[in-house]
Write a protein that binds this ligand. Structure first.
Ligand SMILES: NC(=O)c1ccc[n+]([C@@H]2O[C@H](COP(=O)([O-])OP(=O)(O)OC[C@H]3O[C@@H](n4cnc5c(N)ncnc54)[C@H](O)[C@@H]3O)[C@@H](O)[C@H]2O)c1
Length: 253
């Protein structure tokens, strides 16, 4: 029987590339996103063994309802990719309590509720599973102007280690992927903001990031999906609590 995966934030960008990869690897795939329209479009593009489910990952009740709908539909759950996240540029003086809660609720809360719900379902189904979280090179080394985002991604690395220790004996592995500069709508927004702040264009904004990459090319979403495909498959069964950096050579740890 084919395995079942949920990918959050899979309506576009890295999440969609991951959904495509897992589908190709034989998973039944649930495309979870809070944007109903793109989630549906993405699921249709994958094929008949994919469905769209809607939830805001920062809302625990919505996450539980969406995950349960997937189990109801496909009868199993084996892999959860907590990919959804947001990355507003936040120079220190611009941060408000609202923005603080928004970023932390989505980037940290989303991973927490996804982990908690996946664990409860794996236990009920009586088998282990895999949990795979999106962190970032900005969660490995602090990035300027990204106080909220960068720190939230540090938290995701910590949560990955903690959950890995807490859940290992139940056959649940927990790992993370840390992309660099990936060509997605999120990154184009950041490049636009950085360019605008410096009085330059978007391309200039993008190149400020590209120059720090040893391989001198930006990442395609598929570069990241390849690593997640490995983490979701049997070849990574003896790996847990790790963050795999996939950034073309930006951070070396
Ligand atoms: N693009 C990059 O360069 C880069 C680098 C490092 C890490 N990442 C991380 O990878 C992940 C995906 O990034 P991306 O570039 O594909 O982003 P993106 O903005 O292009 O896509 C994110 C998707 O998540 C969905 N989403 C956002 N908040 C949500 C919520 N609260 N509930 C449900 N869905 C939600 C959006 O609708 C969108 O479809 C994020 O966690 C991001 O932080 C991205």
């Amino acid at each position: 029987m084919s395995k079942v995966a949920i990918v959050t934030g899979a309506g576009q960008g890295i999440g969609f590339a991951i959904a495509k990869r897992l589908y190709k690897d034989g998973f039944k795939v649930a495309v979870l996103d809070y944007n109903e329209e793109i989630a549906q479009k993405a699921a249709t593009a994958l094929g008949e063994d994919a469905i769209a489910v809607n939830a805001d990952v920062s809302n625990r009740d919505q996450v539980i309802a969406a995950f349960e709908a997937v189990v109801e539909k496909f009868g199993d759950l084996n892999v959860v990719v907590n990919n959804a996240g947001i990355a507003p540029t936040t120079p220190i003086e611009t941060i408000t309590p609202e923005l603080f809660h928004k970023v932390y609720d989505i980037n940290i809360g989303g991973v927490l509720w996804g982990t908690q719900t996946a664990t409860a379902i794996y236990r009920r189904l009586g088998h282990g599973g895999k949990i795979i979280n999106a962190t970032s090179q900005a969660g490995v080394v602090g990035n300027p102007n990204l106080m909220l985002y960068s720190s939230s991604k540090f938290a995701v690395r910590g949560m990955t280690q903690i959950a890995a220790r807490d859940l290992a004996e139940e056959g649940i592995t927990v790992n993370a992927y840390a992309p660099g500069i990936v060509k997605t709508p999120m990154m184009y927004d950041i490049a636009h903001q950085v360019g605008k702040n410096a009085g330059k264009d978007d391309e200039w904004g993008m190149q400020t990031f590209a120059k720090d990459i040893a391989m001198k090319r930006l990442s395609e979403p598929e570069d990241v999906a390849n690593v997640v495909g490995f983490l979701a498959g049997p070849d990574s069964n003896y790996i847990t609590g790790q963050t795999i950096i996939v950034d073309g050579g930006m951070q070396f740890h």
